[in-house]
Design a protein. Structure first.
Length: 161
């Protein structure tokens, strides 16, 4: 399910959402008016799916957020500069699932901080699960691991050879 052919419009709207949220936070300090939780994750999914030409699954599908054109399974996770890491779920992922983890910046832009097999991220998860038994990996170790993943194990963004 591609959301719209007008990616620039989606990116512009998301950037505008963050601009407005930043302005509200400045005027109403301490109210927590930046996108968070499910909304943050959904915004990251939209931006990353479009960047990689992915077909998003139906919302709230367990374990898989999207598929590549050749039907590879992709999990998309999003955090912010305020976040400390990425939740990985309750169970070890299948070996054929890719993880695209994004850092959604305060201006509404998104940078991919991990691109590779999800089992690699699972291998460096925190020894103690977070609330509800969810496995978690900190941003620093995840970004260091990402730098070691060979290009052949990464998904290709649209327009990247």
């Amino acid at each position: 399910m591609r959301l719209t052919p007008d990616l620039l419009s989606q990116e512009t709207l998301i950037e505008e959402l963050f601009r407005i949220s930043n302005q509200l936070e400045a005027e109403l300090p301490g109210r927590g008016l930046m996108p968070a939780g499910q909304q943050l994750g959904n915004l990251g999914e939209v931006l990353i799916a479009d960047r990689f030409g992915l077909d998003l699954t139906k919302p709230m599908q367990k374990g898989i957020d999207a598929h590549t054109a050749d039907d590879r399974k992709v999990q998309i996770k999003t955090t912010t500069s305020r976040g400390v890491g990425i939740p990985l779920g309750h169970e070890q992922p299948d070996a054929d699932v890719y993880l695209l983890a994004g850092l959604l910046n305060a201006n509404g832009t998104c940078e991919v901080i991990f691109n590779g097999p999800m089992v690699l991220a699972w291998a460096i998860r925190q020894p103690t699960p977070k609330s509800g038994g969810v496995a978690f990996v900190s941003k620093g170790p995840l970004e260091r691991l990402a730098r070691e993943i060979p290009a052949e194990l990464q998904l290709k963004a649209i327009g990247v050879v």
